[in-house]
Design a protein around this ligand. Structure first.
Ligand code: FAD
Length: 493
């Protein structure tokens, strides 16, 4: 009997380790489903899932992960996972910000469903992490999932690795994840009987079980092309800005390891570098960043004339869409351009600059326009129809687009994820909708101004409660009467 028990414990530990070590989205979901089946755990039983999983997996290796997650889950705001018990939340999009929001809502005790239209995590591009995000991810067990996480002075991570670790934490906390499921639209309740369907969603595939769930909260985390209605976007238009991202294979040799990163040089700070680059290669840049991660990742802003001169852009056009249209780009010239810039930027020290491949099996180099950056006018709204309410909110790039060369997307994105979870908590606990929305909009006004310098430096104090993160907070800049238009009672449809 004792032996069988030991064997079972060892098998459980092994299955969990396979899940922890999985390196793809599909592999993670598969390992998780095998783990649940073999250990007789019901992943839909979201209120008990984490404690049952913890009881089933007791290998020494996993203890430090449980300690970390228990510490987070023990924060007072979650009220032992009962603060929002029974609240049903849908998150549209499994990018870093959607997944980070899902974790907070799960800790609050919500039933959380994430739908993601793809089934791969394939973005090699690298995000800059602010010190608080490193602290936050470590506290969620980042090192347990990815041993190399921010080793030494590293302060970045590939989007792919970030999604992988966050999806694992989500699954452990009982979040339902559905891949290959695309959000189409939010559907109003049709009748006012209490037993008739409430706020539901139309998705692809249309017969998916998620269509049967009545949601209390819907959160758009689907990236820059937000698909939820009710959020008009404001545009910040600068002068023409053409960005190039490029990823090269990192073979982790000693020679590669000794090459210094460029954590961001801009023309205004180092004119000599850019003038030398132009003189030597004809490449004219406004800034460049190089991070050594799973790949050698470069992001740079290039001047149009040099792209024309180097034959990357074939014909000049006034409209950026035509200028950067696929047919107007010479891909081979683009690859050479980015490689030459990378070579010069690293003082020709990277031994071989072979392109990593992207999800289409093509060399991973992209050129795109970011002359305009978008932000949503508002962060949340409340819809009501036939006496049923649904709280709708945006997080991540859907809410506020980041400036890629600074990689602020995830740093500001996580702050908004916490603020959103705080709003859900307030609303669920019966605060007046207008108060909750006014507070959310007040916090949103702060978001574009947040920097590593002006947020609270005591990261161990961080929780979803805004005052733990923003010093000198005034959460009533926007007054309740100013957000009346965010209470939508169906008349406007
Ligand atoms: P995203 O990471 O964009 O995730 C949105 C998710 O929603 C995606 O997984 C998408 O598949 C899914 N989705 C979209 N529509 C639907 C739908 N209808 N139904 C269901 N799911 C849907 N930032 C940088 O700082 N530097 C970079 O080099 C950089 N490169 C990037 C490259 C690409 C291709 C993209 C898309 C973004 C890049 N970003 C970069 C932005 C950065 O990834 C984000 O700031 C960061 O990931 C946080 O964003 P997010 O979670 O809000 O959205």
């Amino acid at each position: 009997m004792g032996e069988t028990e030991d064997e079972r414990t060892a098998q459980a530990g092994q299955l969990f380790e396979t899940f922890v070590q999985a390196t793809t989205c599909k592999g993670t979901l598969q390992a998780f489903s095998i783990l649940c089946r073999q250990m007789d755990l019901d992943p839909l039983d979201y209120t008990h899932f984490y404690s049952r999983l913890k009881a089933a997996i007791s290998s020494w290796k996993v203890k430090s992960l449980w300690t970390k997650l228990d510490k987070r889950a023990g924060q007072k705001v979650y009220n032992h996972g009962e603060a929002c018990q029974g609240t049903k939340c849908l998150i549209v999009g499994g990018g870093p910000c959607g997944l980070r929001t899902a974790i907070e809502l799960a800790l609050l005790g919500c039933k959380v469903v994430v739908i993601e239209k793809r089934d791969t995590f394939s973005r090699n591009n690298v995000l800059h992490l602010w010190p608080y995000t490193i602290h936050d991810l470590r506290a969620l067990g980042a090192k347990n999932f990815y041993g190399k996480f921010c080793a030494g002075s590293l302060d970045h991570i590939s989007i792919r690795q970030l999604q992988l670790m966050l999806i694992k934490v989500c699954l452990i906390l009982g979040v339902e994840i559905h891949v290959n499921v695309e959000f189409v639209e939010l559907l109003e309740p049709r009748e006012d009987q209490s037993d008739s369907p409430g706020w539901r969603v139309a998705i692809r595939p249309s017969d998916h079980p998620v269509t049967e769930i009545d949601f209390d909260v819907v959160i758009g985390a689907d990236g820059r092309k937000n698909t939820l209605d009710g959020f008009s976007r404001k545009e910040f238009r600068g002068k023409l800005a053409i960005a190039i991202t490029a990823n090269f294979v990192n073979r982790n040799t000693t020679a590669e390891a000794s090459v210094e990163e460029i954590s961001g040089v801009a023309f205004i700070f180092n004119q000599k570098f850019f003038l030398d680059l132009k003189e030597e290669t004809g490449i004219d840049l406004e800034n460049i960043v190089y991070y050594k991660d799973n790949t050698h990742y470069f992001v740079m802003t290039a001047k149009k004339q040099s792209l024309l001169d180097k034959g990357v852009i074939l014909n000049d056009h006034m409209e950026t869409e035509r200028l950067l249209h696929r047919d107007n780009i010479d891909n081979e010239a683009l690859r050479s351009y980015a490689r030459e810039a990378a070579d010069f930027g690293t003082n020709y020290q990277l031994p071989s600059l072979d392109y990593a491949v992207n999800s289409y099996d093509q060399p991973d180099v992209t050129m795109f326009d970011f002359t305009s950056m978008y932000a949503s006018e508002n962060a949340a709204l409340l819809r009501e129809k036939h006496g049923r309410q649904v709280l709708v909110a945006l997080v991540g790039d859907s809410l506020l687009e980041p400036f890629w060369p600074m990689g602020t997307g995830c740093a500001r994105g996580f702050l908004a994820a916490f603020d959103t979870a705080w709003m859900v908590r307030g609303w669920t606990q019966g605060r007046s909708p207008l108060d909750v929305l006014a507070e959310r909009e007040s916090l949103y006004r702060l978001l574009p101004q947040t920097t590593t310098e002006n947020i609270n430096k005591h990261f161990e104090q961080y929780s979803i409660e805004p005052s733990t993160r923003y010093p000198n907070l005034n959460s009533s800049v926007i007054r309740p009467h100013q957000v009346r238009h965010l209470l939508m009672n169906g008349q406007e449809h």
